[in-house]
Design a protein around this ligand. Structure first.
Ligand SMILES: Nc1nc2c(ncn2[C@@H]2O[C@H](COP(=O)(O)OP(=O)(O)OP(=O)(O)O)[C@@H](O)[C@H]2O)c(=O)[nH]1
Ligand SMILES: [Mg+2]
Length: 331
C-alpha cells in the first residue's frame, strides 16, 4: 500500500508554570521572591527530508504529543524548555490545517519545515513581579496551553515531465524503457497504483525527472476511481506527455480517449490544463497505430509523435522533444 494522504492530530506541549517561592535569608527578614519561570512547551514541527518517500509511517501513528515545559523552581531557577517534536515527511508534502481549511505550508524542498503546532509559553515566576512597591509579590502565571491541530498531509510528486494517459496506455513501460525505474507492468488496466519516478538521461548533459502515475479514467475529476487522487501528482510537473493507446483492448476510440482525459484535466485544474502537452501515440508497431496518429494530429492540429517502447522507434525523438519543451518552460 502506498499512502499519499493522511490525517493526524497534533498537540503541542503545555508551558511549565511559573513558580511562587520566597528566599529566606538571615539579613532579609521578609525574604524576597525567587520563583523562576516555567519552560516553554515543545512545538510540533513538520519537516521535509530526502530519503523519506511516502507517508506510510504516519498511518500507524495518528496522535502526536510534544512534552510540556518544566515548571519554574525556587532560587529563580528557570524550568527547562521541552524539546520540539519533529515529524518527517517526503519533499512535496502539502500540510493543511483541516479545521480552518487552510494550507499551512507546501514543503516542496528537502529541508523545508513548518511549525504545525506551537508549544505553550512558560509562565512567569513571582520574582518577575517584584517592584519598588511590592517586594514580596505572590503573583505568578501558569504556563500556556500548547496548540492543538488536525493536520492533513498530501503528497504531490514533483517531476519535470508527467505521463498522462488511460490505463494500459504504456506509461510504465515507457518509464522503464528510458530510465532505471522498474515500475510494475502488466497487460491489464490499473497496474500502477502509486507514482513512480525515474531519471531520464537524454545524453551526457541533458536529463530530467519523469513521473509515471496511475492511469486516469473518465470521471476522475469528479472523484471516480483512482484518477482524481492521482491527478495531483501531475499538478507538480512542468510538461505533460499524453500517451494514447492506438488499439485499446476495451474497444474504445483512441481520439475519444484523448479528449476524455483532456476534459478530466480541465475540470480538475485550469492551471494544469494550460501546461504544455506533448501528444504521443504508443505501441507504434501495432497495425493501426500510424492511422491513429494521423487522426489525432488532424483533430488537435498539433504534432503527434508515434513511438514504441518495445521496438524503440522514435523514443529518442520523444525524449528530445520533451527536453526541448521543458527547457522552454524553465526559461
Ligand atoms: N506492443 C506494444 N505493447 C506495449 C508497448 N508499451 C507497452 N505495451 C504493453 O501494454 C500493456 C500496458 O502497459 P503499461 O506500461 O503497464 O501501461 P500503463 O499505462 O502503465 O497502465 P496502468 O498502470 O494500468 O495505467 C503491457 O502489456 C505492455 O507490455 C509498446 O510499445 N508496444
Ligand atoms: Mg502503469
Amino acid at each position: 500500500m502506498f499512502v499519499d494522504r493522511v490525517q493526524i492530530e497534533v498537540q503541542a506541549g503545555r508551558g511549565g508554570d511559573g513558580c511562587m517561592s520566597f528566599r529566606r535569608e538571615k539579613y532579609v527578614p521578609r525574604g524576597g521572591p525567587d520563583g523562576g519561570d516555567g519552560g516553554n512547551g515543545g512545538s510540533i514541527i513538520v519537516q521535509a527530508q530526502d530519503g523519506v518517500d511516502s507517508l506510510n509511517s504516519l498511518v500507524h501513528k495518528k496522535h502526536w504529543k510534544a512534552r510540556s515545559g518544566v515548571h519554574g523552581q525556587g532560587s529563580t531557577r528557570h524550568g527547562a524548555n521541552a524539546e520540539d517534536m519533529i515529524i518527517t515527511v517526503p519533499p512535496g508534502t502539502v500540510v493543511r490545517d483541516e479545521q480552518h481549511d487552510l494550507v499551512l505550508k507546501d514543503l516542496s524542498q528537502a529541508g523545508d519545515s513548518v511549525v504545525a503546532a506551537r508549544g505553550g509559553k512558560g509562565g512567569k515566576g513571582n520574582c518577575r513581579f517584584k517592584s519598588s512597591t511590592n517586594q514580596a509579590p505572590r503573583e505568578f502565571t501558569r504556563g500556556e496551553e500548547g496548540e492543538h491541530r488536525l493536520l492533513t498531509f498530501e503528497l504531490k510528486v514533483i517531476a519535470d515531465i508527467g505521463l498522462l494517459g488511460k490505463p494500459n496506455a504504456g506509461k510504465s513501460t515507457l518509464l522503464s524503457r528510458v530510465s532505471r525505474a522498474r515500475p510494475e507492468i502488466a497487460d491489464y488496466p490499473f497496474t500502477t497504483k502509486k507514482p513512480n519516478l525515474g531519471i531520464v538521461q537524454v545524453d551526457l548533459d541533458r536529463s530530467f525527472v519523469m513521473a509515471d502515475i496511475p492511469g486516469l479514467i473518465e470521471g476522475a475529476a469528479a472523484g471516480a476511481g483512482l484518477g482524481h487522487e492521482f491527478l495531483r501528482h501531475v499538478e507538480r510537473t512542468r510538461v505533460l506527455i499524453h500517451l494514447v493507446e492506438p488499439t485499446p483492448v476495451d474497444g474504445t476510440d483512441p481520439t475519444e480517449n484523448y479528449r476524455a482525459i483532456r476534459q478530466e484535466v480541465e475540470q480538475y485544474d485550469t492551471d494544469l490544463a494550460g501546461r504544455p502537452e506533448i501528444i504521443a501515440v504508443s505501441k507504434a508497431e501495432l497495425p493501426d497505430a500510424a492511422a491513429v496518429r494521423d487522426l489525432l494530429a488532424e483533430e488537435t492540429g498539433k504534432e503527434v509523435i508515434l513511438f514504441s517502447s518495445v521496438t524503440g522507434q522514435n523514443l529518442d525523438k520523444l525524449l528530445a522533444r520533451a527536453f526541448a519543451v521543458l527547457q522552454e518552460e524553465r526559461e
